[in-house]
Design a protein around this ligand. Structure first.
Ligand SMILES: N=CN[C@@H](CCC(=O)O)C(=O)O
Ligand SMILES: [Zn+2]
Length: 420
């Protein structure tokens, strides 16, 4: 059996401990439940106790000699970060489109001309499972280096049953091969594939009647997501797909109001989605509906930055009672980053979240957005020992010294997986 681990003398141990089951909203997002001179006792990959160094020193005094001791003096300790929205499994890359957008093309122009999601779909269809795994592992390694220990991953670059299943199978294999935990989302409704051009309703039927039963039977996905957007899937089409997904036991998420307001936030609230994503163009009414329904706003400030768009109204959403989570949106087109620390910085700078709110949005609320809050997202007895030791002395400094990777060490299920 592995030795117990005692992390002690943390300048700040941000526990994010919660006595509520669901996501945090309003002022609860600011309360990190910090322990100064904090410490954590870990056994067999699980957190056994959290408290001050004195308290745990006393509790475990008879077995301290058997433990590996980590001195976290002058450092911040937090839960492992959680990224609740990624498109991490894909073939190829699209750096030429980055250049094109800087020269004036828009994201939707490029997509309508066969680039964007369609280009990645071609490259993902052509790639073997092994190639997809190799490319995704490099991204997962980078996530881990940036303090991320759990992520969501979507299909959606197959747009036919065979390749959608291939992507989901790769996600399952990555879960077995890599220290990062992954949860999977079926997103066959990411775009209408070129072979269905002009026959959009037929593709919607194909998703509902052919793909969904097979996806459900494969047991490879927990969530369903739809790109509800002008020129992609309409409000009505998105609703049909989501309702069908719910029928098969998948939990809905919606890419909503990213480029144009199509009442995606209202739809997310109406269908009981666990989260709505992007929300750059969401109206006050959409915010109100999400607050009433308790829909988590999964905001992606790196995507807004990369597309040179105004960020979502994170500040307003929190003030109006919407629980907010944040994510990289890691994908080859609109946000090819794996840096959740950068996303936290941008959440502060461009959406006016406070440093504490940004940390809640990247840990506990992010875990809620993928229904993993019972296992991860906070430092509490009984949870997985997914822990980050940062080279900063408090949570404000983590957001203040921006654009830098402050990770010093990461433990996943009690095993040190990063040491910098
Ligand atoms: N907006 C839709 N889907 C992705 C982008 C996918 C791509 O461009 O390949 C997103 O969430 O940003
Ligand atoms: Zn996305």
């Amino acid at each position: 059996m592995n030795k117990p681990i005692w992390i002690k003398h943390a300048a700040q141990l941000a526990t994010l401990a919660s006595n509520v089951d669901g996501p945090r909203s309003k002022t609860a997002m600011s309360d990190l439940i910090i322990i100064e001179d904090g410490s954590v006792w870990i056994e067999s990959g699980v957190i056994k106790a959290v408290g001050t160094t004195d308290e745990l020193g006393n509790t475990y005094r008879n077995v301290i000699d058997s433990a590996e001791i980590i001195d976290a003096s002058n450092s911040l300790v937090t839960p492992g970060l959680v990224d609740p929205h990624t498109h991490v499994v894909y073939g190829g890359s699209r750096e030429r489109e980055f250049e094109m957008r800087l020269q004036g093309s828009t994201y939707i122009d490029i997509m309508n001309k066969g680039g964007g999601i369609h280009a990645t779909t071609n490259m993902t269809r052509e790639a073997t499972e092994q190639e997809l795994i190799q490319q995704a592992i490099a991204r997962l390694d980078s996530f881990l280096e940036h303090g991320v220990t759990t992520i969501e991953g979507k299909s959606g670059y197959g747009l036919n049953l065979e390749t959608e299943l291939k992507q989901l199978k790769v996600i399952k294999e990555l879960q077995q091969m890599h220290s990062i935990d992954l949860v999977a989302t079926f997103m066959g409704a990411h775009a209408v594939p070129k072979e269905f051009k002009g026959r959009e309703e037929e593709y919607v039927d194909h998703i509902i009647y052919d793909m969904l039963p097979a996806i459900a039977q494969s047991n490879l996905a927990q969530f369903i997501d739809v790109f509800c957007e002008k020129g992609v899937f309409t409000f009505e089409q998105s609703k049909r797909i989501i309702e069908a997904g719910k029928h098969y036991g998948l939990i809905p998420k919606i890419h909503a109001d990213e480029i144009v307001n199509t009442k995606g936030a209202e739809l997310a609230a109406e269908v009981g989605a666990i989260s709505a994503e992007h929300l750059l163009k969401t109206s006050n009414q959409g915010i109100k509906k999400m607050a009433e329904a308790g829909t988590i706003a999964c905001l992606l400030p790196a995507t807004a930055l990369y597309l040179r768009e105004q960020s979502a109204q994170g500040r307003k959403m929190i003030d109006h009672g919407v629980p907010v989570a944040i994510s990289t949106d890691c994908n080859p087109g609109s946000s090819p980053t794996t840096s959740m620390p950068l996303v936290m910085n941008l959440a502060c700078i461009n959406m006016r979240l406070t440093p504490a709110e940004a940390l809640t949005a990247a840990t506990y609320n992010a875990a809620c957005a993928i229904n993993q809050q019972h296992k991860v997202g906070s430092l509490e007895a009984g949870k997985q020992a997914d822990i980050v030791l940062w080279k900063v002395k408090n949570y404000q400094e983590l957001q203040y010294l921006f654009g830098v990777n402050h990770v010093k060490a990461v433990w996943k299920k009690g095993v040190k997986v990063v040491d910098r």
